[in-house]
Design a protein around this ligand. Structure first.
Ligand code: ARG
Length: 467
Protein backbone atom coordinates (compact mmCIF):
# COMPACT_ATOMS: atom_id res chain seq x y z
CA UNK A 1 0.00 0.00 0.00
CA UNK A 2 1.42 3.37 -0.97
CA UNK A 3 1.77 6.06 1.61
CA UNK A 4 -1.07 8.47 1.83
CA UNK A 5 -0.80 11.89 0.23
CA UNK A 6 -0.36 13.74 3.48
CA UNK A 7 2.44 11.44 4.60
CA UNK A 8 4.24 11.88 1.32
CA UNK A 9 3.81 15.60 1.54
CA UNK A 10 5.14 15.85 5.05
CA UNK A 11 8.05 13.49 4.40
CA UNK A 12 9.25 15.76 1.63
CA UNK A 13 8.74 19.28 2.81
CA UNK A 14 11.06 20.82 0.22
CA UNK A 15 9.39 19.60 -2.93
CA UNK A 16 6.90 16.97 -1.91
CA UNK A 17 3.91 19.26 -2.07
CA UNK A 18 4.55 20.01 -5.74
CA UNK A 19 5.87 16.67 -6.97
CA UNK A 20 5.33 13.46 -5.11
CA UNK A 21 1.75 14.28 -4.29
CA UNK A 22 1.01 14.98 -7.97
CA UNK A 23 0.73 11.40 -9.26
CA UNK A 24 -0.77 10.27 -5.98
CA UNK A 25 -3.56 12.79 -6.25
CA UNK A 26 -4.24 11.77 -9.82
CA UNK A 27 -4.19 8.12 -8.83
CA UNK A 28 -6.70 8.83 -6.12
CA UNK A 29 -8.86 10.75 -8.54
CA UNK A 30 -8.88 8.12 -11.29
CA UNK A 31 -9.33 5.30 -8.82
CA UNK A 32 -12.13 6.65 -6.68
CA UNK A 33 -15.72 5.80 -7.37
CA UNK A 34 -17.28 7.20 -4.20
CA UNK A 35 -18.44 10.28 -6.11
CA UNK A 36 -21.03 8.13 -7.85
CA UNK A 37 -21.22 4.75 -6.10
CA UNK A 38 -22.42 6.36 -2.87
CA UNK A 39 -25.79 5.91 -4.53
CA UNK A 40 -25.42 2.23 -3.64
CA UNK A 41 -25.23 2.77 0.13
CA UNK A 42 -28.58 1.17 1.00
CA UNK A 43 -27.88 -1.88 -1.17
CA UNK A 44 -24.38 -2.17 0.29
CA UNK A 45 -25.70 -2.15 3.83
CA UNK A 46 -28.49 -4.61 3.05
CA UNK A 47 -25.94 -6.94 1.49
CA UNK A 48 -23.60 -6.67 4.46
CA UNK A 49 -26.38 -7.35 6.97
CA UNK A 50 -27.38 -10.49 5.05
CA UNK A 51 -23.75 -11.59 4.73
CA UNK A 52 -22.95 -11.06 8.44
CA UNK A 53 -26.15 -12.85 9.47
CA UNK A 54 -25.22 -15.81 7.29
CA UNK A 55 -21.63 -15.86 8.65
CA UNK A 56 -22.96 -16.05 12.20
CA UNK A 57 -25.54 -18.68 11.30
CA UNK A 58 -22.75 -20.81 9.82
CA UNK A 59 -20.56 -20.30 12.88
CA UNK A 60 -17.95 -18.38 10.88
CA UNK A 61 -18.25 -15.32 13.14
CA UNK A 62 -19.73 -15.10 16.62
CA UNK A 63 -23.28 -13.97 17.05
CA UNK A 64 -22.01 -11.25 19.36
CA UNK A 65 -19.84 -9.82 16.57
CA UNK A 66 -22.72 -10.18 14.14
CA UNK A 67 -24.98 -8.14 16.46
CA UNK A 68 -22.38 -5.42 16.72
CA UNK A 69 -21.92 -5.39 12.95
CA UNK A 70 -25.64 -5.23 12.23
CA UNK A 71 -26.19 -2.51 14.81
CA UNK A 72 -23.26 -0.51 13.44
CA UNK A 73 -24.51 -0.89 9.86
CA UNK A 74 -27.95 0.35 10.84
CA UNK A 75 -26.40 3.35 12.53
CA UNK A 76 -24.47 4.08 9.33
CA UNK A 77 -27.65 3.74 7.31
CA UNK A 78 -29.38 6.42 9.34
CA UNK A 79 -26.27 8.60 9.27
CA UNK A 80 -26.20 8.50 5.47
CA UNK A 81 -29.95 8.94 5.12
CA UNK A 82 -29.82 11.87 7.51
CA UNK A 83 -26.99 13.51 5.59
CA UNK A 84 -24.61 13.04 8.55
CA UNK A 85 -22.00 10.89 6.88
CA UNK A 86 -18.73 12.16 5.60
CA UNK A 87 -17.73 10.35 2.41
CA UNK A 88 -14.02 10.23 1.80
CA UNK A 89 -12.39 9.93 -1.59
CA UNK A 90 -9.30 8.44 0.01
CA UNK A 91 -11.43 5.47 0.99
CA UNK A 92 -12.13 4.95 -2.72
CA UNK A 93 -15.62 3.55 -2.83
CA UNK A 94 -18.85 3.02 -0.95
CA UNK A 95 -17.75 -0.38 0.32
CA UNK A 96 -14.62 0.90 2.04
CA UNK A 97 -16.28 4.08 3.23
CA UNK A 98 -18.90 2.06 5.06
CA UNK A 99 -16.43 -0.49 6.39
CA UNK A 100 -14.09 2.20 7.71
CA UNK A 101 -16.95 3.92 9.49
CA UNK A 102 -18.06 0.59 10.93
CA UNK A 103 -14.59 0.14 12.42
CA UNK A 104 -14.81 3.56 14.06
CA UNK A 105 -18.23 2.73 15.46
CA UNK A 106 -17.76 -0.85 16.70
CA UNK A 107 -14.02 -1.49 16.77
CA UNK A 108 -12.32 -4.77 15.83
CA UNK A 109 -15.54 -6.72 15.18
CA UNK A 110 -15.89 -4.64 12.00
CA UNK A 111 -12.88 -6.43 10.59
CA UNK A 112 -14.82 -9.71 10.56
CA UNK A 113 -17.48 -8.52 8.11
CA UNK A 114 -15.29 -8.95 5.06
CA UNK A 115 -14.69 -12.66 5.82
CA UNK A 116 -15.52 -14.90 2.82
CA UNK A 117 -16.27 -11.88 0.67
CA UNK A 118 -14.48 -9.58 -1.76
CA UNK A 119 -15.38 -6.20 -3.12
CA UNK A 120 -15.79 -8.00 -6.44
CA UNK A 121 -18.86 -9.97 -5.36
CA UNK A 122 -19.91 -7.12 -3.10
CA UNK A 123 -20.12 -4.59 -5.92
CA UNK A 124 -21.79 -7.15 -8.19
CA UNK A 125 -24.43 -7.61 -5.48
CA UNK A 126 -24.98 -3.93 -4.73
CA UNK A 127 -25.30 -3.02 -8.37
CA UNK A 128 -27.63 -5.91 -9.17
CA UNK A 129 -29.89 -4.94 -6.29
CA UNK A 130 -29.91 -1.36 -7.53
CA UNK A 131 -30.68 -2.29 -11.13
CA UNK A 132 -33.42 -4.67 -9.96
CA UNK A 133 -35.11 -1.86 -8.01
CA UNK A 134 -34.75 0.47 -10.96
CA UNK A 135 -36.35 -2.09 -13.27
CA UNK A 136 -39.23 -2.47 -10.82
CA UNK A 137 -39.66 1.30 -10.83
CA UNK A 138 -39.53 1.36 -14.63
CA UNK A 139 -42.21 -1.33 -14.78
CA UNK A 140 -44.53 0.80 -12.64
CA UNK A 141 -43.84 3.93 -14.65
CA UNK A 142 -44.57 2.16 -17.92
CA UNK A 143 -47.83 0.92 -16.44
CA UNK A 144 -48.71 4.55 -15.71
CA UNK A 145 -47.89 5.61 -19.24
CA UNK A 146 -49.95 2.76 -20.69
CA UNK A 147 -52.86 3.76 -18.45
CA UNK A 148 -52.66 7.34 -19.75
CA UNK A 149 -52.81 6.07 -23.33
CA UNK A 150 -55.70 3.71 -22.58
CA UNK A 151 -57.75 6.63 -21.26
CA UNK A 152 -57.00 8.75 -24.33
CA UNK A 153 -57.72 5.81 -26.64
CA UNK A 154 -61.09 5.21 -25.03
CA UNK A 155 -61.99 8.87 -25.28
CA UNK A 156 -60.97 8.92 -28.95
CA UNK A 157 -61.97 5.47 -30.19
CA UNK A 158 -64.07 7.21 -32.87
CA UNK A 159 -62.02 10.34 -33.56
CA UNK A 160 -60.86 10.14 -37.15
CA UNK A 161 -57.36 11.28 -38.12
CA UNK A 162 -55.17 10.71 -41.14
CA UNK A 163 -52.98 7.64 -40.91
CA UNK A 164 -49.57 8.14 -42.48
CA UNK A 165 -46.94 6.16 -44.27
CA UNK A 166 -43.82 8.08 -45.36
CA UNK A 167 -45.53 10.91 -43.42
CA UNK A 168 -47.85 11.16 -46.44
CA UNK A 169 -51.59 10.78 -45.92
CA UNK A 170 -52.34 7.09 -46.35
CA UNK A 171 -55.73 5.99 -44.98
CA UNK A 172 -58.02 7.36 -42.30
CA UNK A 173 -57.51 5.83 -38.86
CA UNK A 174 -58.78 6.76 -35.42
CA UNK A 175 -56.73 8.61 -32.87
CA UNK A 176 -57.68 5.86 -30.43
CA UNK A 177 -56.09 3.31 -32.74
CA UNK A 178 -52.94 5.41 -32.97
CA UNK A 179 -52.79 5.65 -29.16
CA UNK A 180 -53.15 1.87 -28.94
CA UNK A 181 -50.11 1.46 -31.18
CA UNK A 182 -48.10 3.13 -28.41
CA UNK A 183 -49.73 0.88 -25.83
CA UNK A 184 -48.38 -2.11 -27.78
CA UNK A 185 -44.91 -0.56 -27.90
CA UNK A 186 -44.75 0.30 -24.21
CA UNK A 187 -46.36 -3.04 -23.39
CA UNK A 188 -43.46 -4.79 -25.12
CA UNK A 189 -41.01 -2.60 -23.22
CA UNK A 190 -42.68 -3.56 -19.98
CA UNK A 191 -42.46 -7.26 -20.77
CA UNK A 192 -38.77 -6.80 -21.58
CA UNK A 193 -38.40 -5.22 -18.15
CA UNK A 194 -40.13 -8.21 -16.53
CA UNK A 195 -37.86 -10.65 -18.36
CA UNK A 196 -34.81 -8.69 -17.28
CA UNK A 197 -35.90 -8.85 -13.64
CA UNK A 198 -36.26 -12.61 -13.97
CA UNK A 199 -32.88 -12.84 -15.67
CA UNK A 200 -30.95 -10.97 -13.01
CA UNK A 201 -32.71 -12.58 -10.08
CA UNK A 202 -29.63 -14.49 -8.92
CA UNK A 203 -27.46 -13.57 -5.98
CA UNK A 204 -23.74 -12.92 -6.63
CA UNK A 205 -22.63 -12.71 -3.00
CA UNK A 206 -20.32 -15.54 -1.99
CA UNK A 207 -18.53 -15.72 -5.33
CA UNK A 208 -15.83 -13.84 -3.39
CA UNK A 209 -12.89 -12.52 -5.44
CA UNK A 210 -13.56 -14.97 -8.29
CA UNK A 211 -12.95 -18.51 -7.06
CA UNK A 212 -15.48 -18.91 -4.27
CA UNK A 213 -14.28 -19.44 -0.71
CA UNK A 214 -13.04 -22.12 1.68
CA UNK A 215 -15.36 -20.91 4.47
CA UNK A 216 -18.52 -22.97 4.90
CA UNK A 217 -20.84 -20.19 3.68
CA UNK A 218 -24.47 -20.69 2.69
CA UNK A 219 -25.14 -18.83 -0.53
CA UNK A 220 -28.73 -20.02 -0.68
CA UNK A 221 -29.36 -18.34 2.65
CA UNK A 222 -28.02 -14.96 1.54
CA UNK A 223 -29.83 -15.26 -1.79
CA UNK A 224 -33.11 -15.79 0.01
CA UNK A 225 -32.50 -13.04 2.56
CA UNK A 226 -31.82 -10.56 -0.26
CA UNK A 227 -34.92 -11.53 -2.22
CA UNK A 228 -33.17 -13.38 -5.03
CA UNK A 229 -34.57 -16.58 -6.53
CA UNK A 230 -31.26 -18.44 -6.16
CA UNK A 231 -27.49 -17.92 -6.06
CA UNK A 232 -25.51 -17.55 -9.31
CA UNK A 233 -23.88 -20.80 -10.41
CA UNK A 234 -20.34 -19.90 -11.46
CA UNK A 235 -18.16 -17.67 -9.31
CA UNK A 236 -15.91 -16.57 -12.19
CA UNK A 237 -18.86 -15.52 -14.32
CA UNK A 238 -20.49 -13.86 -11.33
CA UNK A 239 -17.78 -11.28 -10.76
CA UNK A 240 -17.16 -10.78 -14.52
CA UNK A 241 -20.78 -10.32 -15.49
CA UNK A 242 -22.46 -7.01 -16.18
CA UNK A 243 -25.13 -8.37 -18.51
CA UNK A 244 -27.84 -7.20 -16.12
CA UNK A 245 -26.62 -3.61 -16.51
CA UNK A 246 -26.36 -3.97 -20.28
CA UNK A 247 -29.85 -5.46 -20.43
CA UNK A 248 -31.15 -2.52 -18.44
CA UNK A 249 -29.47 -0.12 -20.86
CA UNK A 250 -30.76 -2.02 -23.89
CA UNK A 251 -34.29 -1.85 -22.56
CA UNK A 252 -33.80 1.82 -21.75
CA UNK A 253 -32.56 2.41 -25.29
CA UNK A 254 -35.51 0.64 -26.90
CA UNK A 255 -38.00 2.37 -24.62
CA UNK A 256 -36.23 5.65 -25.28
CA UNK A 257 -36.55 5.06 -29.02
CA UNK A 258 -40.31 4.58 -28.58
CA UNK A 259 -40.60 7.67 -26.42
CA UNK A 260 -38.63 9.62 -28.97
CA UNK A 261 -40.91 8.62 -31.84
CA UNK A 262 -43.86 9.75 -29.76
CA UNK A 263 -42.03 12.98 -28.94
CA UNK A 264 -41.41 13.54 -32.63
CA UNK A 265 -45.10 13.08 -33.39
CA UNK A 266 -46.07 15.51 -30.66
CA UNK A 267 -43.63 18.06 -32.05
CA UNK A 268 -45.15 17.67 -35.52
CA UNK A 269 -48.76 17.52 -34.37
CA UNK A 270 -48.47 20.62 -32.23
CA UNK A 271 -47.21 22.85 -35.07
CA UNK A 272 -49.81 25.39 -36.25
CA UNK A 273 -49.56 23.72 -39.68
CA UNK A 274 -50.83 20.40 -38.30
CA UNK A 275 -52.72 21.69 -35.27
CA UNK A 276 -53.78 18.17 -34.23
CA UNK A 277 -52.93 18.64 -30.58
CA UNK A 278 -52.28 21.46 -28.18
CA UNK A 279 -49.89 20.92 -25.30
CA UNK A 280 -50.95 22.09 -21.88
CA UNK A 281 -49.22 25.12 -20.40
CA UNK A 282 -47.75 22.73 -17.85
CA UNK A 283 -45.77 20.91 -20.53
CA UNK A 284 -44.70 23.68 -22.87
CA UNK A 285 -42.67 26.86 -22.74
CA UNK A 286 -42.86 30.30 -24.28
CA UNK A 287 -40.35 32.22 -26.31
CA UNK A 288 -38.57 35.20 -24.82
CA UNK A 289 -38.86 37.13 -28.09
CA UNK A 290 -41.88 35.76 -29.98
CA UNK A 291 -44.97 36.17 -27.81
CA UNK A 292 -47.17 33.93 -29.97
CA UNK A 293 -45.05 30.85 -29.44
CA UNK A 294 -45.74 27.78 -27.41
CA UNK A 295 -42.86 25.38 -27.69
CA UNK A 296 -42.92 21.62 -27.11
CA UNK A 297 -39.66 21.68 -25.14
CA UNK A 298 -40.54 18.67 -22.99
CA UNK A 299 -41.14 16.54 -26.09
CA UNK A 300 -37.92 17.78 -27.65
CA UNK A 301 -35.97 16.94 -24.51
CA UNK A 302 -37.47 13.46 -24.37
CA UNK A 303 -36.28 13.03 -27.95
CA UNK A 304 -32.81 14.20 -26.94
CA UNK A 305 -32.57 12.06 -23.79
CA UNK A 306 -32.79 9.07 -26.09
CA UNK A 307 -29.46 10.04 -27.64
CA UNK A 308 -27.95 10.14 -24.21
CA UNK A 309 -29.32 6.72 -23.25
CA UNK A 310 -28.02 5.21 -26.49
CA UNK A 311 -24.62 6.66 -25.64
CA UNK A 312 -24.65 4.89 -22.27
CA UNK A 313 -25.49 1.55 -23.86
CA UNK A 314 -22.70 1.84 -26.39
CA UNK A 315 -20.29 3.02 -23.69
CA UNK A 316 -20.88 0.02 -21.44
CA UNK A 317 -20.79 -2.48 -24.30
CA UNK A 318 -17.47 -0.97 -25.31
CA UNK A 319 -16.11 -0.98 -21.75
CA UNK A 320 -16.92 -4.68 -21.41
CA UNK A 321 -15.99 -6.04 -24.82
CA UNK A 322 -12.24 -6.38 -24.28
CA UNK A 323 -12.14 -7.59 -20.70
CA UNK A 324 -10.55 -10.91 -19.85
CA UNK A 325 -12.29 -12.85 -17.06
CA UNK A 326 -12.77 -12.15 -14.22
CA UNK A 327 -13.02 -8.68 -12.61
CA UNK A 328 -11.09 -5.71 -14.01
CA UNK A 329 -11.26 -2.19 -12.71
CA UNK A 330 -12.70 -1.08 -16.04
CA UNK A 331 -15.96 -2.42 -14.70
CA UNK A 332 -16.14 0.40 -12.18
CA UNK A 333 -17.15 2.60 -15.12
CA UNK A 334 -20.45 0.69 -15.43
CA UNK A 335 -22.29 2.66 -12.79
CA UNK A 336 -22.36 6.19 -14.13
CA UNK A 337 -23.71 4.95 -17.45
CA UNK A 338 -26.54 3.13 -15.77
CA UNK A 339 -27.30 5.91 -13.27
CA UNK A 340 -27.39 8.53 -15.98
CA UNK A 341 -29.56 6.44 -18.28
CA UNK A 342 -31.92 5.57 -15.43
CA UNK A 343 -32.36 9.24 -14.55
CA UNK A 344 -32.98 10.16 -18.20
CA UNK A 345 -35.43 7.32 -18.70
CA UNK A 346 -37.43 8.08 -15.56
CA UNK A 347 -37.67 11.72 -16.49
CA UNK A 348 -38.63 10.93 -20.07
CA UNK A 349 -41.40 8.50 -19.08
CA UNK A 350 -42.74 10.90 -16.46
CA UNK A 351 -42.76 13.85 -18.87
CA UNK A 352 -44.43 11.80 -21.58
CA UNK A 353 -47.10 10.50 -19.22
CA UNK A 354 -47.87 14.07 -18.23
CA UNK A 355 -48.00 15.27 -21.82
CA UNK A 356 -50.25 12.43 -22.96
CA UNK A 357 -52.65 13.01 -20.07
CA UNK A 358 -52.74 16.78 -20.56
CA UNK A 359 -52.78 17.33 -24.29
CA UNK A 360 -55.87 18.70 -25.97
CA UNK A 361 -56.88 16.87 -29.13
CA UNK A 362 -58.33 18.97 -31.94
CA UNK A 363 -60.70 16.40 -33.42
CA UNK A 364 -62.15 18.77 -36.03
CA UNK A 365 -58.70 19.52 -37.35
CA UNK A 366 -57.78 15.87 -37.44
CA UNK A 367 -60.97 14.92 -39.22
CA UNK A 368 -60.52 17.62 -41.86
CA UNK A 369 -56.97 16.44 -42.46
CA UNK A 370 -58.15 12.83 -42.61
CA UNK A 371 -60.32 13.65 -45.60
CA UNK A 372 -57.60 15.40 -47.54
CA UNK A 373 -55.05 13.72 -49.75
CA UNK A 374 -57.61 11.32 -51.29
CA UNK A 375 -57.32 9.18 -48.17
CA UNK A 376 -60.36 7.07 -49.14
CA UNK A 377 -58.92 6.03 -52.51
CA UNK A 378 -58.33 2.49 -51.21
CA UNK A 379 -61.99 2.39 -50.15
CA UNK A 380 -63.05 3.27 -53.72
CA UNK A 381 -60.84 0.51 -55.10
CA UNK A 382 -62.18 -1.97 -52.55
CA UNK A 383 -65.76 -0.96 -53.48
CA UNK A 384 -65.02 -1.69 -57.16
CA UNK A 385 -63.71 -5.13 -56.19
CA UNK A 386 -66.64 -5.88 -53.90
CA UNK A 387 -69.56 -4.35 -55.79
CA UNK A 388 -68.43 -4.43 -59.42
CA UNK A 389 -66.36 -7.60 -59.33
CA UNK A 390 -63.16 -5.98 -60.67
CA UNK A 391 -59.80 -7.60 -59.93
CA UNK A 392 -57.97 -5.44 -57.36
CA UNK A 393 -55.25 -4.39 -59.83
CA UNK A 394 -57.88 -3.06 -62.29
CA UNK A 395 -59.76 -1.37 -59.47
CA UNK A 396 -56.48 0.26 -58.41
CA UNK A 397 -56.04 1.61 -61.94
CA UNK A 398 -59.62 2.95 -62.20
CA UNK A 399 -59.25 4.62 -58.80
CA UNK A 400 -55.98 6.17 -59.90
CA UNK A 401 -57.80 7.84 -62.78
CA UNK A 402 -60.50 9.12 -60.42
CA UNK A 403 -57.81 10.57 -58.12
CA UNK A 404 -56.12 12.27 -61.09
CA UNK A 405 -59.44 13.77 -62.18
CA UNK A 406 -60.25 15.01 -58.67
CA UNK A 407 -56.79 16.47 -58.40
CA UNK A 408 -57.18 18.35 -61.69
CA UNK A 409 -60.55 19.66 -60.55
CA UNK A 410 -59.20 20.62 -57.16
CA UNK A 411 -61.80 18.61 -55.25
CA UNK A 412 -61.96 15.47 -53.12
CA UNK A 413 -63.06 12.05 -54.37
CA UNK A 414 -66.47 12.38 -52.68
CA UNK A 415 -67.05 15.67 -54.54
CA UNK A 416 -66.66 14.16 -58.01
CA UNK A 417 -70.05 14.07 -59.80
CA UNK A 418 -71.42 10.59 -60.49
CA UNK A 419 -71.27 11.23 -64.25
CA UNK A 420 -67.52 11.84 -64.01
CA UNK A 421 -67.01 8.60 -62.07
CA UNK A 422 -69.19 6.65 -64.49
CA UNK A 423 -67.17 8.02 -67.40
CA UNK A 424 -64.15 6.37 -65.80
CA UNK A 425 -65.98 3.10 -65.11
CA UNK A 426 -69.58 2.37 -66.02
CA UNK A 427 -70.20 0.00 -63.08
CA UNK A 428 -69.97 2.83 -60.56
CA UNK A 429 -73.29 3.79 -58.94
CA UNK A 430 -74.22 6.46 -56.41
CA UNK A 431 -73.83 3.82 -53.66
CA UNK A 432 -70.09 4.46 -53.93
CA UNK A 433 -70.46 7.73 -52.01
CA UNK A 434 -71.24 5.69 -48.87
CA UNK A 435 -67.67 4.45 -48.69
CA UNK A 436 -65.95 7.70 -49.60
CA UNK A 437 -66.42 9.34 -46.20
CA UNK A 438 -63.67 8.99 -43.62
CA UNK A 439 -66.10 7.60 -41.02
CA UNK A 440 -67.25 4.83 -43.37
CA UNK A 441 -63.67 4.06 -44.27
CA UNK A 442 -62.64 3.69 -40.65
CA UNK A 443 -65.75 1.73 -39.65
CA UNK A 444 -65.17 -0.79 -42.44
CA UNK A 445 -61.72 -1.82 -41.21
CA UNK A 446 -62.91 -4.45 -38.78
CA UNK A 447 -60.13 -6.97 -39.42
CA UNK A 448 -58.42 -8.16 -36.22
CA UNK A 449 -56.20 -5.30 -35.02
CA UNK A 450 -57.77 -2.87 -37.50
CA UNK A 451 -58.82 0.73 -37.00
CA UNK A 452 -62.62 0.31 -36.75
CA UNK A 453 -63.87 1.76 -33.44
CA UNK A 454 -65.23 -1.67 -32.48
CA UNK A 455 -61.76 -3.20 -32.97
CA UNK A 456 -60.07 -0.37 -31.10
CA UNK A 457 -62.44 -0.96 -28.18
CA UNK A 458 -61.57 -4.65 -28.23
CA UNK A 459 -57.86 -3.74 -28.10
CA UNK A 460 -58.51 -1.40 -25.18
CA UNK A 461 -60.36 -4.14 -23.28
CA UNK A 462 -57.47 -6.54 -23.90
CA UNK A 463 -54.97 -4.12 -22.37
CA UNK A 464 -57.23 -2.95 -19.55
CA UNK A 465 -57.31 -6.55 -18.37
CA UNK A 466 -53.51 -6.61 -18.38
CA UNK A 467 -52.74 -3.24 -16.87
N1 ARG B 1 -15.31 0.35 -6.68
C1 ARG B 1 -15.13 -0.91 -7.32
C2 ARG B 1 -16.10 -1.02 -8.51
O1 ARG B 1 -16.97 -0.26 -8.59
C3 ARG B 1 -15.40 -2.02 -6.37
C4 ARG B 1 -14.69 -3.29 -6.70
C5 ARG B 1 -13.25 -3.14 -6.49
N2 ARG B 1 -12.56 -4.37 -6.58
C6 ARG B 1 -11.25 -4.44 -6.70
N3 ARG B 1 -10.73 -5.60 -6.79
N4 ARG B 1 -10.51 -3.38 -6.75
O2 ARG B 1 -15.94 -1.86 -9.36
Amino acid sequence: MAESNTDTKSSNQMWGGRFASGPDAIMEEINASIGFDKKLFAQDIRGSVAHATMLAHQGIISSDDKDKIVHGLNTILSEIEGGNFEFSRRLEDIHMNIEARLATLIGPAAGRLHTARSRNDQVALDFRLWVKEELEKTEKMLTGLIAAFLDRAEEHAESVMPGFTHLQTAQPVTFGHHCMAYVEMFGRDRSRVRHAIEHLDESPIGAAALAGTGYPIDRHMTAKALGFREPTRNSIDTVSDRDFAIEFLSIAAITGMHLSRLAEEIVIWSTPQFGFVRLSDAFSTGSSIMPQKKNPDAAELVRAKTGRINGSLVALLTIMKGLPLAYSKDMQEDKEQVFDAAESLELAIAAMTGMVRDLTVNTARMKAAAGSGFSTATDLADWLVREAGLPFRDAHHVTGRAVALAESKGCGLAELPLADLQAIHSAITDKVYDVLTVEASVASRKSFGGTAPSEVRRQIAFWRARN
